[in-house]
Design a protein around this ligand. Sequence first.
Ligand SMILES: NC(=O)c1ccc[n+]([C@@H]2O[C@H](COP(=O)([O-])OP(=O)(O)OC[C@H]3O[C@@H](n4cnc5c(N)ncnc54)[C@H](OP(=O)(O)O)[C@@H]3O)[C@@H](O)[C@H]2O)c1
Length: 254
Amino acid sequence: MISIVLLGTGNVAKHLFNAFLRVDEINVLQVIGRNEGHLAYFKDKVETGTDFTKITDADIYIIAVSDDAIAQVAPFLKKKKGLVAHTSGSVALKSLGDLNHRGVFYPLQTFSEGKSIDFKKVPICIEGEDKSDMNLLKILAGLISLEVHEITSEQRKSLHLAAVFVNNFTNYLFTIGHDICTEHNLPFSMLKPLIKETVNKLDYLAPLDAQTGPAKRNDVKTIESHLNQLKNKNYQDIYSLLSKLIGEKYGQKL
Ligand SMILES: NC(=O)c1ccc[n+]([C@@H]2O[C@H](COP(=O)([O-])OP(=O)(O)OC[C@H]3O[C@@H](n4cnc5c(N)ncnc54)[C@H](OP(=O)(O)O)[C@@H]3O)[C@@H](O)[C@H]2O)c1
């Protein structure tokens, strides 16, 4: 049995909490958060508290707070014998400061309120400083996910950077598409099969081989027409830059 204390009450804390609850070999002892109201979600199922000086002893302490707050929360665990791991994609392991056992437990997925996730398919990136810490993290990750990866802080930073491009930026492009549809009384749902196929194709093709569209084909007139349709200068700039980069990648001069 692995005992856990969760620190943080946000999206990741809630999703991890639910994943941990489903596993008999994991015992969540306590959830600590600074906001009493945000602890309400956990209250019926586990002991909760707002006092970071009253953290129960556990095998693993998972710090699932905002990136910038990790270094503020970690010192409360300085005297603990258990392993302290944060869940961030971009914060270095050493940012946890001076602790007995430090680690990282980064679930590579986008977690939002109200959308459940099958944790079995979430890659969990772990990092530890010695064999036994690594082993403990591997066991914990393996209990909730089928995909566990040992990576360094440096690799995790790069992975997170790549994730921002494929997830956050792509989602912003969906928002632009949504705005254009709304402006012209078209349902955004019409684009969903296209969005899904774009992603599904990646199971069979590398992104470089999957690219289509006017910029790849060097359809200059279509590109000019699209730029004229766009009223928003920032959207024009995004369209121009992406078209230029796609053109260059496939040997066109745009
Ligand atoms: N969301 C994702 O998709 C995702 C995916 C992988 C990893 N992560 C990582 O997981 C961590 C948590 O992200 P999240 O999405 O769960 O964030 P979130 O939903 O915004 O929640 C942030 C949590 O941090 C707490 N917090 C902020 N500042 C604090 C402080 N000074 N002292 C104590 N608690 C503080 C917040 O408390 P209040 O509620 O009181 O503000 C809240 O409980 C981050 O390191 C993030 O990079 C996120």
